[in-house]
Design a protein around this ligand. Structure first.
Ligand code: PMP
Length: 453
């Protein structure tokens, strides 16, 4: 107890938490998470909480994997670091690049290593622009991305992302990035059918290409399912139409797999779920299941060959291909393969979650419940029929999130959209527990709101 309050004081004094209003932390006393095992995290007060967000969409193979710890320990002692400035390489990074090329869609056989998803997307921006310059079309520089998308927090990645609150701080986005509508059927009010809305959102891409000029557009970038934006699952009509448009105008496709990659959709990569053929695929998070920071960009042969012919690509990071992170990634991939985790998600866990999660749609607070793979969302609304939202000042989503933790479940609030993305090894019993606790959180939120009326 004493230790907890000492840590809370030090936390408040020194630790600048990302994505957090620091004033809130002081008032509540920050919860201190001490350990984790399987799908559960535990705080210093001994409360076990089901981690419905797998950390931050990271811990795909679950917590407490001794074999990853062992691989890391061994690599630390063998070779903790290297640098590529004298044209050298090392076993774990080479093996990892080969492994990723094997898992990625056909024709994607090259990997550029980074330290995070944000760095991966900075790399994407530079690669895409450099690629077109080398192809003799240097005017093709504009990247089209989507509103409310999250692609990272560095200047380029936050600019590629479409989150307005981020853009308001620090004078973003940088020039040459265009944002179009997301295929968010629930958020758009439902005047159109889901498939009509999907088509409309895809055709917004074509309209923007024409407005900017097809000879100026370098690439379109999107997540298969928009994750941090609120688990926005595109209607079935969306991706086929986007594919048609990109082919017609000779524009690269960048599929951000930072969340959807490594089994989350029930396929190795989300692009495989939607039958997409990306030119570049930024990855991170589930690449090491979050055990160590690491990211990368998987690059199609067609792009890699042009870049290689261009000579030195003046880009890289101190931690590109870090040996210890690569060792963690290799062991993580071995676990995913050996335990057939993507197959388990596809055949067992995702269908089970889909039916269990959808039962929450009967709750008076819930305007829509949806899921795909092991990702789910609940839309909290004041009126289910009209989809009218609560006043922002009521902070309904945040309160529901806090009640969920009280009930023993980590859920994330994106405004009043509640999202989950548990570790991929979650059992069907644990899915039941997750849904029961989510319902408790909804009930507690509902009650609090009723007594305030
Ligand atoms: N892309 C997507 C789709 C993400 O969800 C995230 C992180 N939430 C990033 C990129 C950035 O990754 P990182 O936090 O590792 O920089």
């Amino acid at each position: 107890e004493i230790e907890t309050s000492r840590l809370q004081q030090l936390d408040h004094a020194h630790f600048m938490h990302p994505f957090t209003d620091h004033n809130d932390l002081g008032a509540k006393g920050t919860r201190i998470i001490e350990r984790a095992d399987g799908v559960y995290i535990e705080d210093t007060a001994g409360q076990k909480i089901l981690d419905g967000m797998a950390g931050l969409w990271c811990v795909n193979v679950g917590y407490g994997r001794k074999s990853i710890a062992d691989a890391v320990y061994e690599q630390m002692q063998t070779l903790p670091f290297y640098n590529s400035f004298f044209q050298c390489t090392h076993p774990p990074a080479v093996e990892l690049a080969h492994e990723l090329a094997t898992l990625a869609p056909e024709g994607m056989n090259h990997v550029f290593f980074t330290g995070s998803g944000s760095e991966s997307n900075d790399t994407v921006l530079r690669m895409v622009r450099h690629y077109w310059a080398l192809k003799g079309q240097p005017e093709k520089q504009v990247m089209i991305t989507r509103e409310n998308a999250y692609h990272g927090s560095t200047v380029a990645a936050a600019s590629l992302g479409g989150m307005k609150p981020m853009h308001r701080q620090g004078g973003l986005p940088i020039p040459g990035i265009e944002h179009i509508a997301q295929p968010y059927w629930f958020g758009e009010g439902g005047a159109l059918s889901a498939d009509e809305l999907g088509l409309k959102a895809a055709q917004a891409l074509e309209a923007r290409i024409q407005a900017v000029g097809p000879d100026k557009v370098a690439a379109f970038m999107a997540e298969p399912v928009q994750g941090a934006g609120g688990v926005i699952i595109p209607p079935a009509s969306y991706w086929p139409e986007v594919k048609r448009i990109l082919a017609q105008y000779d524009i690269l496709l960048v599929v951000d797999e930072v969340i959807c990659g490594f089994g989350r959709t029930g396929e190795w990569f989300g692009c495989q779920y939607y039958d997409l053929t990306p030119d570049l695929m930024p990855i991170a998070k589930g690449m090491t299941s979050g055990y160590l920071p690491m990211g990368g960009v998987i690059v199609a042969d067609k792009v890699a060959e042009v870049l290689a012919a261009g000579g030195e690509f003046f880009h890289g990071y101190t931690y590109s291909g870090h040996p210890v992170a690569a060792a963690a990634a290799l062991e993580n991939l071995r676990i995913l393969k050996e335990e057939k985790i993507p197959e388990y998600v596809r055949d067992v866990a995702a269908p089970y979650l889909a039916q269990a999660w959808l039962t929450l749609a009967d709750h008076p607070l819930v305007g829509e419940a949806r899921s795909l793979g092991l990702m789910g969302a609940l839309e909290l609304v004041r009126h289910r029929e009209t989809r009218e939202r609560f006043a922002e000042s009521l902070k309904v989503g945040e309160r529901c999130r806090d009640y969920a933790v009280e009930a023993g479940l980590v859920m994330r609030a994106v405004g009043d959209t509640m999202i989950i993305a548990p570790p991929l090894v979650i059992t069907t019993e644990q899915i039941d527990e997750l849904v029961t606790k989510a319902r408790q959180a909804l009930d507690m939120t509902w009650e609090a709101l009723s007594s305030e009326r």
